[in-house]
Design a protein around this ligand. Sequence first.
Ligand code: TGC
Ligand code: FAD
Length: 385
Amino acid sequence: MTCPADLLDLDDQLSDAELRVRDEVRGLVDQLRPSIPEWYEKAYFPTEIIPELARLGLLGMVYDGYGCPGRSAVEYGLAAVELEAGDSGLRTFVSVQGSLAMSAIHTHGSEEQKRQYLPGMAAGTIIGCFGLTEPNAGSDPAGMTTFARRDGDDWVINGAKRWIGLASIAHLAIIWAQTEDGVRGFIVPTDAPGFTATPITPKLSLRASIQCDLELADVRVPAAARLPGAAGLRGPFACLNDARYGIAWGVLGAARDSYLSALRYSRERLQFGRPIASFQLTQEKLARMAIGLTQGQLLALRLGRLKEAGRLEPQQISLGKLANTRTAIEIAREARTVLGGNGVAAEHSPLRHANNLESVRTYEGTDEIHTLVLGRHLTGIAAFR
Ligand code: TGC
Ligand code: FAD
């Protein structure tokens, strides 16, 4: 019998190296799985696993040189699936550290900045965060008011950021700010005077993960802290592409774990003297979940192969992030119904995944923003403003 989570034998499309990465990360997440409900309940992000994530080459996974692992786009996608099959918080850590903070330095940094920060970030000894969103500028980062002004050879930054992942445990923050010449990016040490990160608590989603409010009050950094390759909003948006790509894969892990939980439970749970899996309505739910998961896997794999060929376009990433996140949240919610009342107990994962996916559908561009990115691509008319 084919694996219920791989009905089209997509493993057949993966190389030995890709399968090896997938299996290694799956093995790690299997070890972590028993602890995850407690981390979620206690709103605890397990920093103690960072060295193991680094050892498996999951930090800055697709970047080359400077101590980075240099793995392929599909390998990164498969790792994201396995991490998110545990909890979206695990995949979010890897996304923020690798696809956002390291991506900003790898893509826009000077040679000196790359040498100074990337090896430690790949090793997990330097943690980074990425500050784009502000209290009054979320979907529309062009509305940011954080401002960096020149003062002799230094820059002095003032403003506020909101929802910034990892900031309270980070050593450096990539801060995007307006300047007299437009938006620019800065590497800001989090122990700089005037820099404050305050975790946002309590949260009802992504509980085993850290997001913060940032305050920047006259934070002074040298000229060498500016990312020389970033000019305008293209700078941060280029980083979002890699993170959104990872999400298009990762959410399938949450979907798969939810679907397999429901499938398992439906075979074991008896009502009216029969396994609930024997009822046509339950089978219809399971079939719908299997179809959604399979379509999502095909979509992610195609995005991965396009990325490896250097042909992946932003609107294709929007399509993948939007479609797969939407599918995953539907699967997680449907899976919860199969578990009945037990589905709201913390020992079962689907409701936790569904709650996490509320964050995932919102960050890195909401459903609505990715719909409008696609709409703009289809019509040539931007409907944002
Ligand atoms: P727009 O006029 O479209 O573009 C401004 C400049 O940026 C360029 N550009 C891109 N470049 C590379 N990749 C992309 N995907 C790009 N999208 C746009 C564009 O070519 C232009 O360049 P230039 O040189 O001509 O100036 O900008 P807009 O202001 O109209 O914005 C459009 C819109 C709505 C799509 C954009 O604002 C948007 O994407 N909003 C969503 C914001 C968002 O996603 N924020 C994410 C914050 S980080 C986060 O959530 C981390 S979550 C943790 C985790 O990942 O796990
Ligand atoms: P708003 O932009 O105020 O949107 C509110 C609603 O209005 C949404 O439904 C939106 O789709 C809709 N809307 C807005 N504009 C339009 C339009 N033109 N047409 C139709 N509908 C529209 N940011 C970072 O910079 N770094 C991080 O590490 C980070 N991590 C995050 C982690 C979590 C758990 C969360 C929840 C957020 C994180 N974010 C981060 C912020 C995230 O990117 C923003 O929340 C997201 O971009 C949406 O912005 P907003 O919350 O201000 O919502």
